[in-house]
Ligand binder design. Structure first.
Ligand SMILES: [Zn+2]
Length: 240
């Protein structure tokens, strides 16, 4: 696995550096190069890049292809890029997960595919209604073993019903929180929307948001309803 990661780093950064070099050669002011670096970094927060996925997929094509066909039939293919949709735990490289050989990506069992199709339908609706700003999926399906070694342990990921999202900065996270909570109170119940919020960490300085379609429920960093920021949003709405 270490070889894969090394390969991913060189594949990810070389084209970027080459393109920056070519920008510099055209005498563009330095601040524009810095902006290019910032946006290239912001484009993918998690280290499991499309290049790493391509390499992994090469050895797992026979498992990936039927899932892609299923999602295509359900008109859910492409809602989330495949290299994000198959990301397991974002702790996959931590010692506890390395001990159980947690892979960077995995294909869920086929009996669970319908659940993810439902969650992707919700994500499409959230995007269409402007309730979800640009995001990146950092965890979807996790086996029970991988779930156990993760710092985040919701069993909704074992059921392949959940997505953990991160955002590029604090204001995007804030906008997502407000919009998703508004959607949750207004339209979440008939969609069995689960909406969880996890606190800031070294890896995710703006926190994370969990979405699923298993049960209508919201929770905050301690997994209790009382700490969900949606309760604050509800109060704001009531005050108006
Ligand atoms: Zn989650």
């Amino acid at each position: 696995m270490a070889g894969l990661v090394g390969c991913h780093i060189s594949l990810s950064y070389e084209p970027m550096i080459a393109s920056l070099r070519s920008i510099a050669q055209r005498s563009v002011p330095a601040f524009m190069c810095l902006a290019a670096v910032a946006s290239a970094t912001a484009a993918e927060i998690d280290e499991r890049s499309p290049e790493l996925f391509k390499e992994w997929k090469g050895a797992n094509e026979q498992r990936v292809a039927p899932y892609e066909r299923f999602l295509e039939q359900r008109q859910a293919l492409g809602t989330v890029p495949m290299h994000q949709l198959l990301r397991t735990s974002f702790d996959w490289r931590k010692e506890a997960c390395r001990k159980v050989s947690a892979p960077p990506f995995d294909v869920p069992p086929d009996e669970s595919w319908d659940r993810m199709a439902a969650t992707l339908r919700l994500v499409s609706e959230l995007r269409a209604t402007g309730s979800l700003p640009d995001y990146e999926v950092v965890s979807a399906y996790r086996t029970p073993t991988v779930n156990k070694c993760s710092s985040s342990k919701s069993d909704r990921h074992i059921k392949n019903a959940a997505l953990d999202l991160v955002f590029s900065d604090a204001s995007a996270m804030e906008a997502a929180t407000l919009r998703l909570c508004t959607f949750f109170w207004r339209d979440g119940e008939p969609r069995s929307m689960g909406l969880g919020f996890y606190g800031k960490s070294h890896k995710w300085p703006y926190g994370r948001i969990h979405i699923d379609t298993l049960r209508y429920q919201t929770w905050g960093p301690d997994t209790k309803r009382d700490t969900s920021p949606c309760l604050r949003v509800a109060r704001v709405h009531r005050a108006r």
